[in-house]
Design a protein around this ligand. Structure first.
Ligand SMILES: Cc1cc2nc3c(=O)[nH]c(=O)nc-3n(C[C@H](O)[C@H](O)[C@H](O)COP(=O)(O)OP(=O)(O)OC[C@H]3O[C@@H](n4cnc5c(N)ncnc54)[C@H](O)[C@@H]3O)c2cc1C
Ligand SMILES: *[C@@H]1O[C@H](CO)[C@@H](O)[C@H](O)[C@H]1NC(C)=O
Ligand SMILES: *[C@@H]1O[C@H](CO)[C@@H](O)[C@H](O)[C@H]1NC(C)=O
Length: 524
């Protein structure tokens, strides 16, 4: 079984990097996307466009900072602000496709309707892919497939008693574009995550009143972290994940609670931080402070003209927006390969269906991390192509199934429901280790201590996976060393002298470094 031709399904954030990874390894990718252009959810559409994949509102800004959001070997332009407006992000993905010449491999307006194993799959591992293009179906055979159709096309749309008789409008957040139509209205936004926060704040600029309805409350994470630097630079350091979780959680909670009084704002979440969904938002606090947004409990039922919440209070409503998220589905694949319910989902490291005779199906982007997704999807792709090439192999089926069950149970215990929401760094490191792209602190400690230091104590940037391993990038080291300067390039538009990066206090750094050196010497 030799893999040469690979079918990539979808040309969003995950599809693009899947194509790139195939090209790097000399494979022949053919990508089909039902849209007219690349970008997936980041394509902006106006109200008249009813494309179900369209998911973004005009005011969207990334919830991760630019150096955590980018792919490992392609930087944002220098003048990109630390957090990227949606349209600038789409431009980045377009530039990426241009730079690595991905477009010739993509066929647009092409919907994959069916993907099946060929009759001799047991021998060849090949797949038969049915594609609908301009009303015509064609069938193609591929050596491997990479489904990259994402987590964000099938909406989660709840039904409450009385909803049918409600006289106002009800829609999902993926149809929200801007606040023009909210003017003077009473708006109820349902949900506790990013979109619910963004839409509440945006709608409140024109609405009469916005109510934010949350069953469980939420943890609000601000984009700015300690010292006013992007918070994800602190959250996502490798050293953090060597420390016990209680320590990480307490440090972060202390920072968050020093900025936001979750009780006074009615936001308090009854689950621990990192054991519940979060809302990255810098503005919700001031919207509530100014009375523009009021927090409410979950919905009990609709009346003809309003909402009754579970605490018995009632409000008039003209518009109800469900920011209730999305479901993972791959309708073109048999449910024995990608299961319909998250509680049944069997993907080894969220990528490989474990029960196939050949590892020729790699799902990219069928998961979410508590952080930027692109870099995680990139490592999934880089690992997948190494498996296709036979340079990496998967463990025996029982071992994969065991790991899947273990991870699923761990997450269930933590969240009390089946979701996929994991810290990015340990996951990315584990994928990188598979392909030999994990940067080693030990290796650099004596040859390049400054870099070693950044690898452990600095943010675990995507480009750190391009120092070693397949297809390294020459710019990786300088991108790692320059991280703090680059962040402020777009915002320090008035000269204020040299900025000071903000690591741990120096004595603590020295102590930990010495302890690690001692440990290394002791262990070898
Ligand atoms: C409101 C919102 C804000 C977000 N903010 C962030 C953020 O700040 N940072 C972050 O990392 N992530 C964010 N995300 C998540 C982000 O969308 C994902 O990280 C990423 O864009 C998903 O990319 P994807 O390629 O996996 O899926 P998609 O972008 O959904 O792309 C899937 C592609 O597959 C195509 N497709 C689907 N079915 C078929 C088919 N049968 N045949 C052919 N083609 C098909 C679609 O047309 C689409 O182009 C956000 C998501 C939403 C909804
Ligand atoms: C950013 O938003 C996406 C999509 O809603 C989410 O999966 C991801 O975890 C968010 N990032 C952070 C840091 O919360
Ligand atoms: C931003 O980058 C440009 C181009 O490299 C440089 O000329 C400029 O001085 C930088 N500005 C700041 C504030 O760092």
């Amino acid at each position: 079984m030799v893999v040469r031709r690979v079918c990539v399904i979808g040309a969003g954030v995950s599809g693009l990097v899947a194509i790139k990874s195939c090209l790097e390894e000399g494979l022949e990718p053919v990508c089909f996307d039902k849209n007219e252009d690349i970008g997936g959810v980041w394509i902006f559409r106006d109200e008249t466009d009813s494309n179900p994949g369209s998911a973004l509102y005009d005011c969207v800004v990334t919830n991760s900072s630019r150096q955590m959001m980018c792919y490992s070997d392609f930087s944002f332009p220098r003048d990109t602000p630390p957090f990227i407006p949606g349209k600038a992000l789409l431009k980045y993905y377009q530039d990426y496709a241009e730079h690595f010449r991905l477009r010739p491999h993509i066929q647009f307006h092409s919907t994959v309707t069916r993907v099946e194993k060929t009759e001799d799959f047991a021998k060849t591992g090949q797949w038969r892919v049915t594609v609908l293009h301009e009303g015509e179906e064609t069938v193609h055979v591929f050596d491997a497939i990479m489904p990259c159709t994402g987590f964000f096309s099938i909406i989660n749309y709840p039904m409450y008693p009385g909803q049918d008789e409600f006289k106002g409008t009800v829609f999902h957040s993926n149809e929200y574009r801007g606040n023009e139509h909210m003017a003077g209205k009473n708006v109820v936004v349902v949900g506790g995550s990013h979109s619910a926060g963004d839409i509440s704040v945006d709608a409140s600029l024109t609405a009469k009143q916005v109510y934010l309805s949350m069953r469980k409350g939420t943890w609000v994470i601000t984009r700015s972290g300690p010292g006013g630097w992007p918070g994800d630079l602190y959250m996502n350091r490798r050293i953090n994940f060597l420390l016990p979780e209680w320590y990480r959680r307490n440090a972060m909670k202390k920072d968050l609670l020093s900025k936001i009084n979750v009780d006074n704002l009615g936001l308090r979440c009854d689950r621990e931080l990192f054991c519940s969904e979060v809302m990255v938002n810098d503005l919700i606090q001031s919207s509530i402070f100014c009375g523009k947004v009021k927090t409410k409990t979950g919905i009990d039922h609709f009346t003809k003209t309003g909402i009754v919440f579970t605490d018995g209070t009632e409000v008039d409503a003209d518009v109800v927006i469900f920011a209730t998220g999305y479901k993972l589905r791959a309708p073109y694949l048999d449910t024995s390969i990608v299961q319909e319910e998250l509680k049944d989902l069997e993907l080894y490291k969220y990528v490989f269906p474990p029960r196939l005779e050949h590892a020729t199906c790699a799902c990219i982007g069928f998961m979410m991390t508590i952080g930027a997704h692109g870099p995680a999807f990139e490592l999934q792709s880089r690992w997948a192509v190494q498996v296709f090439k036979g340079n990496c192999s998967l463990p025996p089926i029982p071992k994969m199934l065991g790991e899947i069950r273990f991870v699923r149970q761990m997450i269930y215990n933590r969240y009390g429901k089946h979701i996929i929401f994991i810290p990015p760094i340990p996951y990315q490191d584990s994928l990188a280790a598979q392909i030999g792209a994990l940067p080693s602190f030990k290796r650099y400690l004596f040859t390049d201590p400054a870099l070693a230091f950044r690898i452990l104590f600095g943010p675990a940037l995507p480009c750190s996976y391009r120092l070693v391993g397949p297809h390294p990038w020459k710019g990786a080291r300088s991108a790692i060393m320059g991280v703090w300067d680059i962040y402020s390039n777009a915002t320090r538009t008035r000269d204020v002298g040299k900025p000071k990066p903000n690591y741990w206090p120096l004595p603590l750094q020295v102590a930990v470094l010495l302890a690690l050196v001692a440990l290394l010497i002791f262990a070898t």
